[in-house]
Design a protein around this ligand. Structure first.
Ligand SMILES: Nc1nc2c(ncn2[C@@H]2O[C@H](COP(=O)(O)OP(=O)(O)OP(=O)(O)O)[C@@H](O)[C@H]2O)c(=O)[nH]1
Ligand SMILES: [Mg+2]
Length: 365
């Protein structure tokens, strides 16, 4: 008989067995067997070399968010509360074995959420389909690092992400490199550096460089420089989410707030739908999504259908998100809202828009 069925049977038996002196030993035995079977199931699932294909997870919507965390912390339950899709929830590790996409609609944006199998120690080396999970994580606009009050092992998750070249809540270091004919490796910087330039030079040498000008435009660590040399690092924002808060008292929340201070975690109960609203808002901001409303020549603004753009986007991006001919026909734009100096300001293609701006595009006929 398969393990999952045996687990179910024991759980059913435990449910109907009343606890008293005569059943005490039997119950303990059942619990021991249950624990053993769950552990076996866990190992079996890790061993099963079920390949996760990337075909099932085509990019969709305005952004992609991946749920990353250890097994059983409630990723799937959270996924079910965030999206229109349904993922299996179970009280044993590795309930989720595949990557499952769903869509969250929020403030007019469509955000693709990916439910993932649990990430375990050794993932970056391939344990538990880790490399497949991490390569999808690499290709995300935001990571939700999900823990629960029983499993707060953030370090393992961070280490696996790091080992796979994923840098969290960091910008790409501002360094440029130019190959030269001769003259060796030159390291220059526009700001004072707290790391020894000679060290950086020898690192570049070890990396195989011989004649290049390297210009560093901000203070960096040797680690940052290594990332620059390696080149294949990705820089992704992440939000720490701590689940199952329905089972915690106030003191635990206080303690965890302090312990994870620099993360400013979002405390949620996926089961009780607590904290989900705040989480959605934090996601929207962390991805850098903004809404722009178009003001048509005649008629009303459709506030239910904003253009979804990214922080830093310009009027040119507004044009391109409507039609690629718009830039060619562009004369000027009028802007109302946070980015406008005064209501209806006339601006050009390079003007940066902000969240909830209203834009009218004036184009040549
Ligand atoms: N009390 C409580 N239990 C929860 C909550 N969220 C999830 N659970 C329970 O935690 C267990 C694991 O939930 P899943 O959603 O399957 O966890 P997962 O992280 O997807 O697990 P894997 O797919 O195995 O990695 C289930 O028994 C859920 O009922 C919560 O907010 N509160
Ligand atoms: Mg799951």
């Amino acid at each position: 008989m398969d393990i999952e069925k045996r687990i179910k049977e024991i759980e059913d038996e435990l449910k109907i067995t009343k606890y008293n002196k005569s059943t005490e030993k039997h119950i303990l035995k059942l619990k021991a067997r249950l624990t053993f079977l769950k552990k076996q199931l866990e190992e079996q699932k890790i061993r099963e070399k079920k390949r996760i294909s990337r075909e099932g997870v085509k990019k969709q919507g305005d952004a992609r968010v991946s749920l990353i965390g250890p097994p059983s912390v409630g990723k799937s339950m959270l996924f079910n509360k965030l999206t229109n899709a349904k993922s299996e929830v179970g009280d044993y590790a590795f309930t989720t074995l595949d990557v499952l996409p769903g869509i969250l609609k929020y403030k007019g944006a469509e955000i693709q959420i990916l439910d993932m199998p649990g990430l375990i120690e050794g993932a970056a080396k391939g344990r538990g389909n880790g490399r497949e999970i991490l390569s999808i994580a690499r290709d995300s606009d935001l990571l939700l690092l999900v823990l629960d009050i029983y499993n707060l092992d953030l370090d393992t998750i961070l280490k696996e992400l790091y080992d796979f070249g994923i840098r969290i809540n960091k910008r790409k270091p501002k360094i440029t490199l130019k190959r030269t004919e001769k003259g060796g490796i030159n390291i220059a910087s526009t700001v004072p550096l707290s790391v020894d330039k000679e060290l950086l030079r020898s690192m570049a040498w070890e990396f195989g460089y011989r004649n290049e000008d390297i210009l560093i435009k901000e203070d960096i660590t040797a680690e940052d420089f290594l990332d620059f040399l390696a080149g294949n690092r990705v820089y992704i924002p992440a939000i720490l989410v701590i689940n199952k808060i329905d089972l915690a008292d106030e003191n635990i929340v206080k303690e965890l707030t302090k312990r994870f201070e620099k993360w400013d975690p979002v405390f949620i109960s996926a089961q009780e739908k607590y904290g989900i609203k705040e989480l959605k808002e934090r996601m929207f901001t962390a991805i850098g999504l903004i809404r722009v409303y178009l003001k048509p020549q005649s008629g009303k603004i459709d506030y239910d259908a904003p253009l979804i753009l990214r922080r830093g986007d310009t009027i040119e991006d507004v044009c391109n998100s409507i039609h690629r001919d718009f830039v060619k026909k562009f004369r000027y734009a009028m802007v109302w809202g946070k980015s406008a100096k005064y209501p209806g300001q006339h601006v050009g293609l390079d003007h940066r828009v902000e969240d909830e701006d209203i834009v009218r595009l004036v184009i040549r006929k």
